[in-house]
Structures are given as C-alpha cells and as structure tokens.
Design a protein around this ligand. Sequence first.
Ligand SMILES: Nc1ncnc2c1ncn2[C@@H]1O[C@H](COP(=O)(O)OP(=O)(O)OP(=O)(O)O)[C@@H](O)[C@H]1O
Ligand SMILES: [Mg+2]
Length: 357
Amino acid sequence: MVNWHSRAGAAALCGAGAARAGRARTVDTVDGVDDANNVDIGTGRAGWAEPVGGPAEPVSDMAERIPDVRALSSGLARAGYLADEPLATALFLAVRMGQPILLEGEPGVGKTEAAKALAAVLDTPLVRLQCYEGIAAAEALYEWNYPRQLLSIRLAEATGGTLHDADLFSEDYLLARPLLAALDHRGPRPAVLLIDEVDRADDEFEAFLFELLAESAVTIPELGTRKAALPPITILTSNRTRDLHDALKRRCLYHWISYPDTGRVAAIIRRRVPATAGHLANQVAESVRSLRGLDLTKPPGVAEAISWATALHVIGVDELTAATAEQTMSAVLKYSEDGDVVRRAGLAAVVGERGRA
Ligand SMILES: Nc1ncnc2c1ncn2[C@@H]1O[C@H](COP(=O)(O)OP(=O)(O)OP(=O)(O)O)[C@@H](O)[C@H]1O
Ligand SMILES: [Mg+2]
C-alpha cells in the first residue's frame, strides 16, 4: 500500500490520460504567481513587468568573439548566412544588450536561418520553440514525466514504500521543454532561443512569453523559482499574419528583414548551391526579381531562388532560358494561378532571355 501524500497529484495521475492530466494540473495549480520575479505560467495574465533595465554586462567571452558588427557579419558569412548591415547591426545589439529581438519579414527571407547562424557563430546550442495555434505554456516550458511517476508509484506499491509529493515532483521527473531548456543552459555562452513564428500562437501565449522573457525566470510550484544563470539570446520571428501585442514589441529590439537586393540573392545562391555558375546565379536572382514584379499570389523569396538554382543544377543546365525555366517552375511557383500569370507575361521576358539573345 502506497502512502502518497498528494491530493492534487493523485487527481492528476488518476484522471483520464496522464499526459492530459499533467497539463491540466500545471495550469490549475500555479494560479496567482506573479510577483516581480516570477512568471505566472498558469494564466498567462498580462501583468507586464518593467523591462530589464539597462544594457546587460557582456557575458563570458562574447565581447571578444564578436567585438563589433563587422566581426559578427563575417562570422555569419562563414556560417553560410549573408546578412546586410542593418540586420547584422540589429543582431549585434541583441547579443550585446542582452535583449530579445523580433525579426519580421516575408516568408523565406531568412528569419529562422538568422537564429541558426547566430548560434553557429557563438558556438552555442540553438533551442527552438516552434509556435502554432493553440500552443500551451506547459508544452513550451516543462511537463512532468507522468509515465515515470506512475512507474514509481507502482514500484512503491509493490515494495510497500512511501512516496511524498517531493519525491514525485522533483528534478528526476521534470521534462524540460524548449523554454526551460534555454533558461537552464549552463554555458559557457548563453543558448540562442528561437521562438519561431510567434504570430501563430494566440494572445494568451504571447502574454505568457513576454513575462518569461522579461524576467528570464520561471516558477515551478513544486521546485521554486529558477532564474537563468545565463539569460538566453532570444530571437522571435513573425510572418506578420497578425499584429503582435505592443507590450511584447516594446520589450524587444525589432528588425524587418527585407527581400535582399539582386546582388545579395545571387551571392546567397552561390553560397547555398556552390555548384551554380556565377552567371546562372545572377540569372536566377534577376528572374526572381522579375517574378516578384508580377501580381503573384505567392511571390518567390530567397528560399525559392535557392530551390530554383538547385533544380537547374540537378537537371544539368547552366543557362536559364524560357525552356529550362518551364522545366523547373515547380521549384519557384506554388500556385497554379501564378503559373498562368507568368506564362501570360512570357517566360522569355521573365528570365531575360530576349535581352541576352
Ligand atoms: N541571408 C541569407 N543568407 C543565406 N541563406 C539565406 C539567407 N536568407 C535566406 N536564406 C536561405 O533561404 C531559406 C529560407 O530561409 P528561412 O527558412 O530562414 O526563411 P524564413 O524567413 O524563416 O521563412 P518562413 O517565414 O517561411 O519561416 C533557407 O534555406 C536559408 O538558408
Ligand atoms: Mg522561418
């Protein structure tokens, strides 16, 4: 017989579906935790704290690693990411000021990749939280390992042991999800925390995130408050499918990533598809620019430019013509209506074949 001293825990573990019960319990039991240093993970109430004051001290060797914007730019380029100066500056400030940064921009302009490249430059882990409609705080932060708790209870039952709350709701049974993993990262440098496509999450989750980011701390009712020893370098991305809360934006640095100019697109193609001849990279970049001038449902972005160059390489052509463009359109256009628009405009004109002839 088990002496398990937890009504809340028993309710959670004996309910329908341990995992679901786990979430319910997390939400139900943390009500009211919202003092200046704590995060109310249950309600997601918008009890906005003041921003983290002043520039943070540079942590570990980051100041030496990226002493200035130029050093960061070169590091990003070595990692395969070609950032223009405004983006490199914004990322530099985010790292050195210890403030989250919100990157917005059209799909495929390199928002997600910027975070990956920054983690590579800093030689630190990238912790990614992919947001989606209905994402809940518990999935993003931590969950209790209910199967393991149940096993422990059964084992105690079998051996006549005694289990207390503290035994079952301890570190051994804690499953860190991305946000907690980023807060818990021990270094030597802070983790890069990518909160990707935050515009897909709902308002409540956004409010919860904001508090967590402002404090770099979280309260786990059973374990107490955990403050990040090394607050993560946080990059949020949004495709602007909806406007984010002003309070979130106020606490973040902000940068809009524009579609790069043609020269940079060609350089990105050469970097990402090294087998592409220089002149073909230029032709693809120019043609994508022409396509973006048409009234398309989904104008191609950097990702499509790379995909187009890859497709041309795979079929073994080194000249973009109306015929080779037709063969490889599947890499560029994602709507059949867009194909009609392009054919009406004339593929030869779009790829600049006439000008070349
Ligand atoms: N500046 C850049 N340098 C190198 N590669 C880039 C750059 N910008 C974009 N890319 C490449 O383009 C592709 C799309 O980039 P990424 O997925 O980061 O875009 P995104 O803005 O996050 O798009 P989405 O909004 O659809 O998530 C990736 O393969 C990435 O490597
Ligand atoms: Mg992305």
